[in-house]
Ligand binder design. Sequence first.
Ligand code: ASP
Ligand code: MG
Length: 424
Amino acid sequence: MRVFKFGGASISSKQSIDNVLHIIESYANDNLVVVISAMGKITNALELLMKAHHEDQIEEIKKQYTEIVKYHLNIAQELFGDSDEHKMNTGYLLKQLDNQLKKEPTENYDYDYDQIVSFGELLSTQLISDYFNYKGLQNQLFDARFLIRTEDTYREARVDWEKTKEKVQQQIGGLFKDSNSKIAVTQGFIGATAEHNTTTLGREGSDYTAAIIAYTMDAKDVTIWKDVPGLLNADPKYFPDAVLLDEIPYREAIELAFYGASVIHPKTIKPLQNKQIPLYVKSFINPSHEGSLIQGNLLQNTIPCYIFKRNQVLLSIIPKDFSFIEEENFSLIFGLFAHFGIRINLMQNSAISFTVCADYKPNRFQALVDELNTEFSVRYNLDMELITIRNYDDKTIDRILNHRKVFFEQKSRSTIQMVVGKTQ
Ligand code: ASP
Ligand code: MG
């Protein structure tokens, strides 16, 4: 069996959904699991809705909810015309979302987030699965909340691999038993706890879902269908001369994804590497093009790769009493970063200071700084950018920096990482 993942951009209109249908039809000889994320930019809209709900902004709730309803009903209308029977499921889900919005927000923002934002995937998969069946592409829709078991770190839930494996094998495995041309459709990004509370795996987490399912089912391969030709050595929005990486090993792909190449969710690759399942990244616009293939361990790539991670904070932490930065300090500092869920991307220590480049999340960051301030003096710069170049040389560095000031730098033989100020 094979696993396909389609993201928001590939299913944002009837035309694009038809395109996905054609792609799937052309692979009809294999059992397929099709993992789908929310349509278009619906997850962003749901985030706004969620925030308005938490802040009790009635007008904003109405506005965002109406947009979301309109968007899905329009697509349903385009897909099914006047066949009301096929629009019922969508209407039912929108009603469920409305019910969710009628509930008082709880104390737990992240929990509420998952209960609301997960509707993007519930709606898209329902619509698409119904549409495929309507067009004669037989498929079965699986609710990912009965497949992907997680613990309860809402918005970034960790997977219970054992339970998930059991469930996926039982349900999807059941469908595929004695067959080689069945299609299972399911949601990316979402899962559920043992108590059956909905969780999410982190933004852009549908890729990860595809990898989880592939891992548990020993899939032949995984394909992530994108609006770019594959994995490129730089973001073509900023680098018109970006080139396609035909084949790269898992490790290189993990590094690229971790430091912000936004093509694949960083957690996707490890499970595939563990089972040596090849990962294709292909264009849904040109499905017959080769795309990129991630597999193996041999590093062949020597093309420089440029990765930019924006919205970073550079933070220096200095013990107030001018004692040295020592192990007890580290354990306290790391404990606080973990506690507030702030990811460190780069770090360095000197005798009396510890410097960190981390993702900037306003509320959590302020809480972290407040805590750190009890033991340390803290200085920081906001609006920083972390630039990673793999396979760098002097020329590539000059090209990227273009006279911008480097605040912080780390180099290994293959990789240079620099924290720089915002571009003017
Ligand atoms: N819909 C979710 C998001 O936009 C998950 C995904 O797209 O992978 O973050
Ligand atoms: Mg998405």
